[in-house]
Design a protein around this ligand. Sequence first.
Ligand SMILES: [Zn+2]
Length: 71
Amino acid sequence: MFGYRCQECGKGTVRPKRVKNYEARFGGRSVIVPTAIIGVCDFCGSKHYSASERKRWKALLSQRQISTKEG
Ligand SMILES: [Zn+2]
């Protein structure tokens, strides 16, 4: 999913990077992802997100909301 040419600078390659306790934001809500994979350009450092990763983070967000329900 990564390893492609960066669209931001057109020079670097977007490489997968493992980030611990990454805070993923969806609108006004956020969730801490224990181990997230994001793409980082090795030239300009811009961040790229894969659709499947974001889908996984969103699933985590909905799980958290169920477990932290007020009551
Ligand atoms: Zn770049």
